[in-house]
Structures are given as C-alpha cells and as structure tokens.
Design a protein around this ligand. Structure first.
Ligand code: ZN
Length: 374
C-alpha cells in the first residue's frame, strides 16, 4: 500500500528511507495506542478531554484506570496493537519498532503475552517488533509499606523480572519512584541501580525515560550517571570498555543547561556508552512552565549536537493517539516533519538515515556542522 505524499520533500524523505532499509521507530507504547476515547476511562468517570489537560504525573497515575477498563481486555489490546503493527509495515514503511509494554500489578503478564505472540507473527511478515518490559507504576519499598501490602510489593518485582527474561530490552522511569513525591517507593537512585543490575545480569539494554520536564533544575540524568558510577565502578568493577550500551529517552531538560553543564552532560553520555532516543512530537507536547528561566531552546533534546559528537541518536513516536499525546500517529515521517522544524535542519537524506536507525558517518556529521554551525 503506497502512501500518497503531500509534498516533493516527503517523497524524497520516503525515497531515502527505502534506500536505508525502512524506518525504525525506536520508542513507542503501542499497547496504549488508540485509547483516546471516553469509553476506556469509564471506571474513573472522566472524559479523555479532561485527562488530556492533566500534568504528565497525573496522566501516569491514571494509567491504572486504563488498565482496569475495556481497553486492556484481551481482544481490545490485541486489536489496537495489531493496527499499529499492520499500518506501520504496510502504510508507513517501518521495518522495526521498539515498544515499551506495560507489565504492572494490574496487567500481570496479559499484555506481555499478547506482545510476544505478535512479535513472532510480525517477524515472519518482515517487521522486527522488539518489546521492552515497563512498569509505569514504579516500585514500592517493602520496608515502607504496611505489612498487608508486602506481598504485593514482591509480586511487582517478580512479574517485572519474569517478563524481563523474555524481553528485548528493559524500560525505566525513575521519576515514578521519587521519594519526595512517592514516600513509599524505592527512590530514584535505587530504581536506576535496580534497572542497571537487571540489565547487566540478563545482558539486555535499558532504556531510561529521563529529562522529560524541560526544566534546567531537572537533574534526573545526573542521578542516573551517579547510579551508573555505583553499579559499573563500585559494585561490578567494570572497565569503561565493558560498559553496556544503554539509552536515554527524551533527555529534553539538558537542552536548558548552560554550555558548560551541557558539555559535561555530553561527556557523561559518552563515558557511560549511551545513545539518545528523541521523540519529537511527544517532546513538543510537554507542558511548558513559564515560571522557569533558561537559555532559549525548543522542547527537544539537542540531537544534532549529540550527533556531531558521535553520540548515537534515534527517533521514536512515543505515545500514539492516547491521553499522553492524542494527535500523534505511528508514521515516522510525522516525526521528521517535527524534528526538522523544531531544530531547523532539513537535509532529507540525513533525517531519513537517523529515522531508519542507520549510523551517521563523518561526511554526514560535517554536513550537520556546516549547516547548523555547531
Ligand atoms: Zn515513553
């Protein structure tokens, strides 16, 4: 099914993407796709238009209502996920999708098992569907909860690890375990340490949601670097050459840093062998706090600064037509439209190359440097 291009520019991007083997959607939550619908939140008695105005934290909290509603009944989960996979492959020229899949106390392994089934089915059809275990509810500390809740705490870890054994990657969200906001949770450093240790033990990459607040005071990335130091240097005594390749997702807050702090941030990204996954539509959609002052920038990671420093960069759609980003789509071309406008870099070949997950070479990096004067 050929897509009808709206402009010659789109035609050119799509032509390049074919030469690079097809698009790679490096971050999505396809199990929640197409849930921007009142019927799925009937348990909470709220409309999606009300929820959509909420903060990111409030939306994360409301995922339980989605999990308890009809959207997460077996047939509906499969139908919605299948639609993303089918459209991605047949309409949008996507050859690989890496998606977080919810594995929480409420979902158990229901969504996970459907994802495993679809992964096999779509491998045969020519779409690589990689799945990452994700607990959006965070992890409680058994020493901080009432006695009757202790077994529930253990169950969350057990489920997560059971899915992680069969996962392609592991997905982290340390802010959900911030003790200042969630006093009974394990804490941000402990969350990161747990994910890193699990990734090392299973030999699987970890994708860390980080820097989503677009706030210069958001130092979630520094907490992660601190945890990496603890895990790699002190606990496992790994030489730097053995640090596993992990990923930052979003990493927008560092775009607020002054140049000195930004340079330090880049050095840490390189030192800890990280790649950066940027989701332009989702980045644009983050709430912007006008009370905060910072150097002028758009609400997105400085991906081209990363690229010219040799840091691997990838693009993803993130959430698709749910309460987090209602208007987003599974089409990676939409991400290219946004990232090109947000960061004022329009080279169709290089944009297609990054959006297909192909490594940039010295020629590409020089082109970026010359165009953006960075
Ligand atoms: Zn995400």
């Amino acid at each position: 099914m050929e897509i009808e291009c709206k402009t010659p520019y789109e035609e050119e991007v799509r032509k390049h993407s074919k030469c690079f083997g097809g698009f790679f959607n490096a971050h999505a939550h396809i199990d929640r796709a197409f849930t921007f619908d009142d019927e799925f939140y009937s348990k909470k008695n709220k409309s999606v238009s009300e929820i959509e105005k909420s903060s990111l934290k409030e939306k994360q909290k409301l995922v339980w209502a989605l999990h308890k509603g009809s959207a997460f009944e077996e047939g509906c989960i499969e139908e919605r996920m299948r639609k993303v996979l089918k459209d991605s492959l047949e309409k949008f020229g996507i050859k690989r999708i890496d998606s977080a899949i919810d594995v929480t106390y409420n979902t158990g392994l229901l969504v996970w098992n459907i994802a495993l089934k679809l992964k096999e089915e779509y491998r045969e059809k020519g779409l690589q569907f990689n799945i990452g275990v994700y607990n959006v509810s965070g992890f409680k500390d058994k020493y901080k909860v009432p006695k009757e809740e202790v077994s529930k705490v253990g169950e969350r870890f057990k489920l997560f690890e059971e899915a992680a054994e069969r996962a392609d990657f592991i997905v982290a969200l340390s802010e959900k375990d911030n003790n200042k906001i969630h006093p009974t949770h394990i804490g941000e450093i402990q969350h990161n340490v747990y994910m890193l240790e699990l990734g090392l033990r299973l030999g699987k990459p970890v994708h860390f949601h980080v820097g989503q607040a677009n706030n210069p005071n958001d130092r979630g990335a520094d907490l992660l670097f601190e945890a990496m130091k603890q895990v790699y240097e002190y606990r496992n005594r790994l030489p730097e050459s053995k640090y596993p390749r992990n990923f930052l997702i979003h990493d927008i807050s560092a775009a607020n840093y002054n140049e000195e702090d930004f340079e330090k941030h880049c050095k840490n990204i390189k030192k800890f062998n990280l790649g950066v996954i940027s989701c332009p539509t989702a980045g644009l959609s983050m709430n912007q706090n006008r009370a905060i002052s910072a150097p002028i920038h758009n609400s997105l990671a400085r991906v081209w600064d990363y690229a010219v420093k040799g840091i691997p960069v990838f693009f993803g759609t993130d959430n698709i037509n749910d309460v987090f980003v209602p208007s987003s789509t599974p089409d990676m071309y939409d991400e290219i439209v946004h990232v090109s406008n947000i960061l004022r870099f329009y080279d169709p070949r290089i944009l297609a190359k990054v959006a297909c997950g192909v490594e940039l070479d010295n020629f590409d990096r020089q082109k970026i440097r010359d165009t953006l004067m960075i």
